[in-house]
Design a protein around this ligand. Structure first.
Ligand SMILES: NC(=O)CC[C@H](N)C(=O)O
Length: 389
């Protein structure tokens, strides 16, 4: 068993018995989750507040994190973000740097503390990332105690005993509980976030843990938006008579939402309304169409992933955050594969051949990341324009 180094105030205990030691930052206490690495060079605040990272500990491959501080605008989660409703922990090469940015309200360390994110700095994140690439995403417990008191054996045992994300439905937990309207559009200089006019289409967004920037990008196309809880039935959604339905991103295993959500999505598709799915929404749409989803070894988490639109041959650089994937070999005859990852050939997009229904595995709303795929929101809007006639 590992012995604790003097001065270590933070640890990451992995299920295989490896214990990484360093300086604890952010919240004190401990958090259990799947350990994943993210290769984005910017956007740590958006990443850590993305509800799709629920029950995950993030390893940032970029070494200098904290430079731009934090603010109340760059939060992806809706609601107050109680501890555990997005990423539970974060691992860094260096101690968070002091903020140097005119948009910053608070330093990153204090912000993590307030949000309940347990942090660990001073770790060889390159070695950890390599280990994840070779062996897959491990289960781990991240712990921070200013007095440096850790029961390492107990932490390793907790990581080892966890059954993991496979089979775990978290979409219900990440979802809002009541329907609400959304008007905020994208960020424009010098005003900041500008409200959309809501005159073009009416959209119901099913919230499985939605990111704000999905709603903003949708509002920017002129959509009037109502967000509804994950458990809303197709009948209730269709009673609102929307022009289209958006299935959001979200945490957990898509297959575990099978009972309450997937049959409802099937009914939405059968209704003939335009449907767009993003990430978890894409995976659930694929399940509703008869395909299968599988767990990936290490997933895709970053803001620099090349994805090919196979219908045009064009390559998009995109934002990614997923640990499950649609098994392309299981796609039924009625479905076309529209996008593939150029990193590993996994599925990144599908469309129904005879209906205005499509989904993408990557994040066209970015946040953080490039805006190459924003056109997909316009495509959805055009589907709705056309369907309305
Ligand atoms: N960003 C997402 O919607 C993630 C989807 C799903 N939880 C996955 O890990 O694959």
């Amino acid at each position: 068993m590992t012995t604790l180094l003097p001065g270590a105030t933070g640890v990451l205990a992995l299920a295989n018995g490896t214990v990484l030691q360093g300086i604890g930052v952010g919240a004190t206490g401990s958090a259990l989750g799947e350990v994943v690495f993210n290769t984005a060079m910017t956007g740590y605040q958006e990443i850590l507040t993305d509800p799709s990272y629920m029950k995950q500990v993030l390893v940032f491959t970029f070494p200098h994190v904290g430079n731009v501080g934090t603010n109340s605008e760059d939060v992806e989660q809706i609601g107050d973000g109680g501890a555990g409703t997005a990423a539970v922990g974060a691992v860094f090469r260096d101690l968070p740097t002091d903020p140097a940015n005119w948009r910053s309200d608070h330093g990153f360390d204090a912000w993590m503390k307030r949000r309940g994110v347990v942090g660990l700095a001073g770790v060889d994140t390159r070695a950890l990332t390599r280990a994840i690439r070779e062996n897959g995403s491990p289960h781990g417990v991240i712990a921070h105690d200013p007095d440096g008191k850790f029961d390492l054996e107990a932490l390793v045992a907790q990581a080892r005993d966890w059954s993991g994300l496979e089979g775990l439905d978290l979409a219900k937990d990440a979802s809002c509980l009541q329907a609400f309207d959304w008007t905020e559009g994208t960020w424009e200089w010098p005003e900041g976030y500008v409200a959309g006019d809501g005159r073009r289409n009416e959209v119901v967004v099913v919230d499985y843990g939605v990111k704000r920037n999905i709603l903003r990008a949708l509002a920017a196309t002129g959509a009037k938006i109502t967000v509804v809880p994950a458990t809303t039935t197709a009948e209730e959604i269709l009673a609102r008579n929307p022009d289209g339905v958006m299935l959001s991103n979200g945490p957990g295993d898509p297959a575990a939402t099978g009972e309450y959500a997937v049959p409802e999505i099937r009914k939405l598709v059968e209704s003939g309304k335009p449907v767009m799915g993003i990430c978890l929404g894409h995976q659930m749409l694929a399940l509703a169409l008869g395909a299968k989803t599988v767990k990936m070894d290490q997933g895709h988490h970053g803001a620099n992933h090349p994805v090919k639109d196979v219908t045009t041959g064009k390559v998009e650089i995109v934002s990614m955050n997923h640990g499950f994937t649609v098994d392309r070999d299981s796609l039924p005859e009625a479905v076309t594969e529209t996008h593939v990852s150029l990193f590993d050939g996994t599925n990144c997009g599908i469309a129904l051949k005879d209906r205005p229904v499509f989904g993408v595995q990557h994040h066209p709303e970015a946040s953080p990341g490039p805006a190459d795929s924003l056109y997909l929101f316009e495509r959805f809007a055009e589907h709705m324009d056309a369907a309305r006639g």
